[in-house]
Design a protein. Structure first.
Ligand SMILES: Cc1cc2nc3c(=O)[nH]c(=O)nc-3n(C[C@H](O)[C@H](O)[C@H](O)COP(=O)(O)O)c2cc1C
Length: 217
């Protein structure tokens, strides 16, 4: 019988594992709008077929990153492992004084612990960014700052990012208050998911290339 799911890259029709997408963000305050945005975006990714992991609230309340101290708190170790395992990342931050919050920046500094990893820093990961602020100016400056950080970490910021004006109350009972907010978050989720899938297929192709070359195909 012809297996229609087979391809030269997947001879047995096996599909790669679901991409693992982690979400980091919010504030130490439970129920912040940036945390609501993060939870909703991860729920969309789970619907698309990703496995997801939320790192928010107390989980981002970490000691200041110290490159000279090899000791890591349990929370910091968990965060670094989550980054290591991730095929894609969502970062959701409020704007504090025109930039990302210090809590989120500190958490991102822990990616330094992956500098010698086989996939160093955020190499090969698509990164979706969500910013909340009380005004358009801070939404723009914060987004540009987070994109610069993601580039420094060798990640791939998605072309679209969600910028949510907290003055317009973007969430009600933890869900998008209107279609525009929902659509922004769906676009971010979709771009992160597709990029993670594309990267998985490239890695799979790289693994099979020597066997295909040896078989002369
Ligand atoms: C310390 C601090 C600084 C802030 N600075 C700005 C700012 O520069 N521009 C702005 O539009 N909003 C600013 N805000 C408002 C937050 O961005 C806004 O409350 C937040 O996006 C709401 O999201 P949250 O519910 O996740 O906290 C600031 C809030 C705090 C607590």
């Amino acid at each position: 019988m012809n297996d229609s799911s087979s391809s030269p890259l997947r001879p047995n029709g096996a599909r790669p594992a679901a991409p693992h997408i982690i979400g980091i963000g919010g504030t130490t305050r439970i129920g912040s709008s940036s945390e609501a945005a993060l939870r909703y975006t991860l729920a969309l990714l789970a619907e698309m077929g990703a496995s997801t992991e939320l790192i928010a609230g107390p989980l981002i309340d970490l000691p200041m990153y110290d490159p000279a101290d090899a000791h890591r708190s349990p929370g910091a170790r968990r965060l670094v492992q989550a980054f290591k395992k991730a095929d894609g990342v969502i970062i959701a931050t409020p704007s504090y004084h025109g930039a990302l919050s210090g809590v989120i920046k500190n958490a991102l500094d822990y990616v330094e612990d992956l500098r010698s990893d086989s996939r160093p820093y955020l190499d090969g990961r698509g990164v979706g960014i969500v910013v909340t602020a009380h005004g358009a100016q801070a939404l723009g400056t914060t987004l540009m700052g987070v994109r610069a950080i993601v580039h420094a970490l060798r990640g791939w910021p998605t072309p679209f990012a969600a910028t949510l004006n907290a003055q317009h109350k973007p969430f009600e009972n933890g869900l998008p208050a209107n279609a525009e907010v929902a659509e922004q978050l769906r676009t971010v989720a979709d771009q992160v998911y597709r990029f993670a899938r594309a990267q998985q297929m490239l890695r799979e192709g790289d693994k099979l290339a020597p066997a295909r070359a040896a078989a002369g195909s």
